[in-house]
Design a protein around this ligand. Structure first.
Ligand code: AMP
Ligand code: MG
Length: 477
């Protein structure tokens, strides 16, 4: 089917009027297509045979059949403080495809929920979100997706003048923990029920009609969130703004802002430079997720017994640890479970932190391990501690039944060669600011196939240049 034939519906608009605001999209001046994701087009089931049409769609100048733009209302805990009304301040929903993807334009102008904002998104942050959603999908991590990215000649005021851009993004759900908190705070419990029913149909269809559906939804979300966090930690992803309004009711990664992949392993790494207390530091993320779930639990308390939810939530830590350890065992090429694995892992992390070793590069190099230690030892200033660890690891491998070759193949399919580190995104952004958008597509290839070899991009698989490591990002986007 051609993109032009795609039809949308707007089930969210069947909810009460307090849930959304219908507003008009404000297109950008002189839009142009920068890139689109072929893979995202495929999952939508469409062919892009007219790029002008896609550009007009991305700029809100053309609407698909059935599309009725609206923005969604929500609240949220931002850095621990409750804000009673947030909402899509710069996002316009277009509607939902038959295949279940809710399309949105980010940066489409002011909405009822814009507060002091201008409703715009600048080029650099749009490039980041576009590439990163596709990268997370490439890493098999649950996420919203990005279909296309446009640039424009539209001036947008930030710390300096920048150009406006828009991402046509899509997700199986855009409902946030904060959407429930909004109605809980207003004591509108009938709305909570409407919303829970909506979320079940949209993201937990197998629970539809079950007597205990609200509790089961919460219980499953705990599980999905534990798995998501295990993957974030395992791949070295720091979200940066884990406010409850950025937490997905479907257990997805959403709202990409000042995120980062780790360069050198650092448990305390903070990617968001406004996060002076380190609330959302890399190592804190699983705890924050649990705290966020407890805020959601409170918002759901008029619908479900809080004691039952509390009991379920207490299992978060156990679930997370089990997913995490399972994931890390795979990264180490271990299929057999051994009780010393956790201490071996802690030993390794201590070493990596001490020696400032690049997280992704280390695991990818280890994936080729055959007893030859030099490439791994070269990553360290002091070789002895790493040598000791590798000797222990080698003994541990003897408990495995797989051959070296099988282990290497499995590890290369688990440990990405490429993650989109901030300096790589900066490379694409710098080029784009000079009018050359080829860096975006260059990074998109690495994002989509991070486990493959890409000989021309070999340098991006190495640690970042020292001056560009562990950058801190601003929220201003
Ligand atoms: P974030 O943490 O980026 O997800 O954003 C927090 C809130 O601020 C959300 O409600 C956004 O819609 C809103 N927001 C962020 N930037 C803008 C902007 N430029 N204009 C209007 N609202 C914005
Ligand atoms: Mg947000």
């Amino acid at each position: 089917m051609n993109l032009q034939e795609l039809k949308l519906t707007t089930p969210y608009l069947t909810l009460d009027v307090e849930f959304y605001d219908k507003s008009d999209i404000a297109p950008l001046k002189k839009p142009f297509l920068i890139s689109y994701s072929q893979d995202a087009a495929e999952i939508l089931g469409v062919d892009v045979n007219d790029e002008d049409f896609l550009t007009a769609l991305c700029n809100g100048e053309t609407l698909l059949e059935g599309s009725k733009p609206f923005s969604m209302c929500y609240a949220g805990h931002q850095f621990g403080h409750f804000v009673p009304r947030l909402g899509d301040g710069r996002v316009m929903n277009l509607g939902k495809s038959e295949s279940g993807w809710n399309l949105q334009l980010k940066g489409a102008g002011e909405t009822l929920y814009s507060r002091q904002g201008d409703g715009r998104a600048v080029l650099r942050s749009s490039i980041r979100e576009y590439l990163m959603s596709e990268a997370m999908c490439g890493l098999h991590i649950a996420t919203s997706r990005a279909f296309a990215l446009i640039g424009s000649d539209h001036d947008v005021a930030r710390e300096r003048w920048e150009k406006g851009a828009m991402v046509l993004r899509m997700s199986t759900s855009w409902v946030r923990f904060g959407t429930f908190e909004y109605f809980y705070n207003k004591q509108q419990f009938d709305k909570l029920e409407q919303l829970a029913d909506y979320v079940i149909v949209e993201s937990y269809a197998h629970l539809e009609g079950k007597e205990d559906a609200y509790f089961l939804m919460f219980e499953e979300l705990i599980d999905r969130t534990a798995l998501l966090l295990a993957k974030w930690q395992g791949v070295g992803f720091n979200h940066g703004v884990m406010n409850t309004d950025n937490m997905s009711m479907a257990g997805l990664t959403i709202d990409y802002g000042p995120f980062a992949f780790l360069d050198d392993y650092d448990f305390n790494y903070i990617c968001n430079h406004t996060d002076t207390q380190g609330r959302y530091a890399f190592g804190q993320q699983p705890n924050v997720a649990q705290w966020n779930l407890s805020m959601l639990m409170r918002a759901l308390s008029p619908l479900v017994s809080i004691e039952r939810m509390q009991e379920a939530l207490e299992l978060f830590g156990e679930k997370y640890s089990s997913y995490y350890l399972g994931f890390m065992r795979k990264k180490l090429g271990l299929l057999v479970e051994d009780e010393e694995d956790l201490s071996m892992l802690r030993w390794l992390f201590g070493l990596m932190q001490q020696e400032q070793i690049d997280y992704t590069y280390f695991f990818r190099t280890l994936s080729h391990y055959d007893g030859e230690k030099s490439t791994l030892l070269e990553m360290c200033t002091l070789e002895e501690p790493m040598k000791d660890w590798l000797e222990f690891y080698e003994k541990r491998l003897l408990k495995e039944v797989t051959s070296t070759q099988e282990r290497q193949t499995q590890m290369c399919a688990t440990n990405p060669k490429y993650v989109l580190k901030n300096y790589m995104l900066e490379y694409a952004i710098d080029k784009a600011h000079r009018g050359d958008y080829s860096g975006v597509d260059e990074m998109l290839i690495l994002a989509r196939t991070p486990f493959n070899e890409h000989p021309k991009a070999e340098h991006f698989a190495k640690p970042a240049p020292k001056s560009m490591k562990n950058l801190k990002l601003s929220c201003s986007s």
